[in-house]
Ligand binder design. Structure first.
Ligand code: NAD
Length: 425
């Protein structure tokens, strides 16, 4: 019988990798599920909820994971947790694969198989496993709600006998998954919404949500999307034209939500200090790119900065501040990922290494890093690399089509995605 273990997360992470709903589904599929006592509490999932779903409750993390074939986490866990796991067991989570390569190597050397969910190939079949999308969507929502709560005026236009309250102007920069949800949320709250992006495909989506698209639409803009659906780094000439347009626009905005990212690169700087100074006191900027350096010049990651009456929110882990939904969606992503790898007859873990989902996300097995980018960052430092390096998968560089799985045929056609270099939003 396959056994699934779920430890508690660190003190800064309110989410959990298993919900009572997914626990129930896994138990029904024949798995034994063990959850560390209290691990779901910050998502309002009690031990009793898990028990009713058929899970067992463990007193310690070690007890939760020591017999498990698969361990679900949100963040990269401490080394001690991997050491408590069985060799060859799978650790599935957002393992932040491109930071602290040495720490990752140490995890790999425990012999645990590591799956970094951030590297999920962006193919149609894997949409239900796409943790970046599920979490970014909530981040986009929360960014607008935070801004609205901090904004000391109303968002919708109100016509009252005492006079008219004007609608707030909300500008969304970067219209990926988070940006689209930010537009939809700001529209629902009654704001006058504009949005910008460097990818032309976005223009129609913005219009369909009832917002106005603002961008420098030159020849470079028409080529700005990679085959993976992500943005390219723009030329200096484009950035200059973009900055002029944005400067003119931003000074009339009340709330600006920035979400612009380029895979594997620092976040592009889109809002200068001068632009912030052009905004009215009381205006709010929420910088969702704060974890990757921020889109605004004065963003302080993890803090709310204030400059001449404009507040700049650089808060981290926004999905973690909607933990009930974030955990529920994330848990469904993990369950969708592991389900095809459960042998339904034998009720055992059966990873298909030819499958592009396993190849794309699998970064270590048999004690070795099997992802070339991480292995390269380690140089010759990983003593364990050689045995499995022959099967190494390399995440696609910014312009390539997909990461890993080149030989595995996609079961359904779909767009491809590239891995991100940083933490998830
Ligand atoms: P992301 O988080 O990498 O970036 C956010 C947005 O910032 C992107 O829209 C990007 O174009 C934009 N951006 C980058 N540089 C900019 C600049 N200088 N100025 C303005 N905007 C800038 O993006 P994401 O949310 O991961 O989404 C990327 C694409 O992938 C979207 O089209 C999304 O719909 C698509 N997607 C596909 C799948 C799938 O097929 N499985 C799943 C999720 C998302």
């Amino acid at each position: 019988m396959i056994s699934i273990g779920v430890p508690a997360e660190g003190k800064d992470e309110p989410r959990i990798g298993l919900s009572p709903e997914t626990a129930k589904k896994l138990v029904k599929a024949g798995a034994k599920v063990t959850v560390r006592s209290g691990a779901g509490l910050r998502s309002h999932f009690s031990d009793q909820d898990y028990k009713e779903a058929g899970a067992a409750i463990a007193k310690t993390d070690a007890e939760a994971v020591s017999g498990a074939d698969v361990v679900f986490t949100v963040r990269r866990p401490p080394l001690a947790l991997a050491k408590a796991m069985k060799k060859g067991a799978a650790l599935v989570g957002m393992l932040d694969p491109f930071s602290d390569a040495e720490g990752l190597d140490a995890l790999a050397k425990t012999g645990v198989t590591l799956f970094a969910m951030e590297l999920m190939p962006r193919i149609t079949r894997a949409q239900s496993m796409d943790v970046l999308s599920s979490q970014s969507n909530l981040a986009g929502y929360k960014a607008v709600v935070d801004a609205a709560a901090a904004f000391e005026r109303a968002l919708p236009m109100m016509m009252t006998p005492a006079g008219t309250v004007p609608a707030a102007r909300v500008f969304i920069m970067g219209v990926g998954v988070a940006g689209l949800q930010a537009i939809a949320t700001a529209r629902r709250l009654g704001g006058i919404v504009t949005a910008t992006d460097v990818r032309p495909a976005v223009k129609e989506q913005v219009a369909s949500l009832g917002a106005k698209f603002i961008a420098v639409e030159d020849e470079e803009f028409k080529q700005a999307e990679t085959s993976g659906g992500y943005a390219k780094e723009m030329s200096d000439a484009y950035k200059k034209k973009q900055a002029e347009l944005i400067a003119e626009h931003v000074k009339n905005q009340d709330i600006v939500i920035t979400t612009a990212l380029i895979p594997g690169r620092p976040a592009p700087k889109l809002i200068s200090k001068a632009m912030i100074e052009s905004m009215r006191p009381g205006s709010i900027i929420v910088d969702l790119a704060a974890e990757r350096g921020g889109n605004a010049e004065l963003t302080k990651p993890g803090e709310i900065a204030e400059h001449k009456g404009v507040r700049i929110f650089g808060l981290l882990n926004l999905p973690g501040r909607v933990p009930v939904n974030a955990s529920s969606l994330y848990a469904r992503n993990l369950q969708a990922f592991i389900d095809p790898f459960i042998d339904k007859d034998k009720k055992t873990l059966a990873i298909d290494w030819e499958d592009e989902v396993a190849k794309g996300t699998g970064i270590a097995r048999d004690g070795a890093i099997v992802n070339e980018t991480i292995a390269e960052r380690l140089g010759g430092k990983s003593a364990t690399r050689s045995s499995a390096a022959g099967t190494a998968t390399k995440p696609a560089p910014a312009k390539a089509k997909t990461n890993g799985g080149a030989k595995a045929p996609a079961k359904k056609p779909g767009s491809t995605r590239q891995p991100k270099g940083g933490k998830t939003t």
